[in-house]
Design a binder for this molecule. Structure first.
Ligand code: ADP
Ligand code: MG
Length: 380
């Protein structure tokens, strides 16, 4: 993996795409050598189309794609290198192996240089790198889904690609195999020197594997950032919803306190202290979000000091125990348009004798409250 202090400013793979049809695309992101960027979006959001444009299988009406300083696509200059000149390794969801060839042959066929014996040796090394040593002679139908996907990955690496594109590579295998393949990819990529783009609709997978996540919605890249940034600092309400954040509300900027460096957010009669954001005008309506881990439940049995921080009161509307964890929905001021969701360990629920309908209080941690301008109004 690239040392983050060492990341060059211009990304090794840089992608700009814009078109109105056949599907609308408005995409800009980069990926450094050794970095894994996950392209995340719901089904139909254009993820595969973006990969196809990078690989040269589709040509957008406007766009520029460069890799390691080499231009692959520049529509302004009518430059469009064919896929074979782009040296890309791709792994698709459905493996796309040659059914009549063995695992070894499927990999060897992608190796461009060297004699038969050299290619066989290299294919052997690659199959061992993806933990398939011993299964070289099997045909695809004699391999499990996970094993076939490893062959596909070995074959993609055999091209000595300048970039690796993975299109939902784990989505057709069972959950246990998926976890195993994810761990293998996480281990393998430490030795990888290429930019890696992983397409997935699974945000959890993206958070596990990616250095950065690029959120795609209706063919548009909405935000790119580390998993932590994406989850705690979404750019606007839509981005928050797309990453599954549910505690999204509307409020208004009440004042900026310069001496204590806090901004006060007015919400349902509460004045919430938030991180200092003097660039937001007083009176401005904002959307705001708080991730559940920043909501602190006030225990009846053991009050703690953190309770002075943005206390908010309500009733438990829903309490669902799932094993060791319970998810709670609280309605603030009994209004049903203000559900705040958070989680508690089940033992805390029991110790506090918590039930639906109970009055409770929580603290909304100042550093967890993130305010967003309505879409169309730009933040920075
Ligand atoms: P994803 O991979 O995120 O599921 P795709 O890139 O496959 O999304 O497709 C995005 C949308 O574009 C889908 O609605 C799909 O049906 C449509 N689409 C894909 N390719 C074409 C094409 N060549 N012509 C017209 N529509 C297309
Ligand atoms: Mg797709």
């Amino acid at each position: 993996m690239t040392d983050s202090n060492n990341v060059p400013n211009s990304p090794d793979l840089s992608v700009h795409l814009k078109q109105a049809a056949p599907i609308a695309l408005d995409v800009a992101f980069g990926c450094h050598r050794g970095e894994l960027v996950a392209l995340v979006g719901p089904s139909g959001s254009g993820k595969s189309s973006v990969l196809r444009c990078i690989a040269g299988l589709n040509t957008p009406s406007k766009g520029r794609v460069t890799c390691n300083g080499v231009e692959w696509l520049n529509t302004d200059q009518d430059l469009n290198r064919p896929p074979q000149q782009r040296a890309i390794g791709i792994v698709f969801q459905n493996y796309a192996l040659f059914p009549h060839l063995s695992a070894m042959e499927n990999v060897a066929i992608a190796i461009q240089d060297g004699g038969a014996e050299q290619r066989r040796k290299r294919a052997q090394q690659l199959l061992e790198a993806v933990n398939l040593g011993g299964l070289e002679r099997r045909k695809p139908h004699q391999l499990s889904g996970g094993q076939q996907q490893r062959v596909a990955l070995a074959r993609a690496l055999a091209r000595e690609p300048s970039a690796l594109l993975l299109d939902e590579p784990f989505s057709s295998v069972d959950q246990a195999t998926r976890r195993k393949l994810q761990r293998e990819l996480a281990a393998l990529r430490r030795q990888m020197v290429h930019p890696i783009i992983l397409v997935t609709h699974d945000l959890e997978e993206a958070c596990l594997l990616a250095d950065r996540i690029c959120i795609l919605h209706h063919g548009q890249s909405l935000q790119i950032g580390t998993p932590a940034e994406i989850l705690s600092r979404p750019k606007h309400k839509l981005a928050a919803h797309l990453v599954g954040l549910t505690n999204v509300f509307e409020g208004e900027i009440l004042e900026h306190r310069t001496s204590t460096k806090v901004t006060i957010l007015r919400w349902l009669g509460y004045s919430l202290e938030t991180l200092y954001r003097p660039e937001l005008p007083v009176g401005q309506s904002v959307d705001w979000v708080i991730p559940p881990q920043h909501i602190l439940f006030h225990q009846r049995v053991r009050p703690s000091r953190g309770e002075r921080e943005n206390p908010v009161h309500g009733v438990v509307a829903e309490l669902i125990v799932l094993g060791d964890n319970a998810s709670i929905t609280m309605l603030v001021d009994k209004r049903d348009d203000t559900p705040i969701a958070f989680n508690l360990p089940t033992h805390v629920v029991h110790r506090n004798h918590l039930e639906e309908g109970d009055k409770i209080s929580v603290s909304l941690q100042t550093n967890g409250i993130h305010m967003m301008l309505p879409e169309g109004i730009h933040n920075q």
